[in-house]
Write a protein that binds this ligand. Sequence first.
Ligand code: AMP
Length: 126
Amino acid sequence: MYDKNNVFAKMIRGEIPTTKVCENEYAFSFYDINPMFSTHVLVIPKGEYKNILDFTKNATPAEIAGFWQCFADTADKLGLECEFNCVANSGANAPFIKQSVFHFHLHLVAGERKPAFHEQLAAEFK
Ligand code: AMP
């Protein structure tokens, strides 16, 4: 079940502010509020999908194409070519990093690790 009150749904509705990097009809990207790396951007679809599998199985071809176009435009705008990571956490009990916002998002990270990265890893694996 998709929770319409999650923080990204509120961003999509314009109820809370965000710093957008790129946007198209189906998706947008914005800076993570708690960056783990010197570059830490999230890419989200505008449609209501709770995780990567929900999006992959249920989004329309236009939504999927729009999402990946936004990803590519974001990488271009940030000057990323090959030195980065993309991460999609799925589920409150995911084995590596847990999902905390239940609207599908891709983390796009690059550059230097910030202290928050080490703090989160320590918290996840304590
Ligand atoms: P995840 O653990 O994969 O669900 O990651 C959710 C991400 O959303 C975290 O990295 C948070 O820092 C980020 N986040 C939560 N609220 C906001 C917000 N208002 N603006 C930008 N990023 C946010």
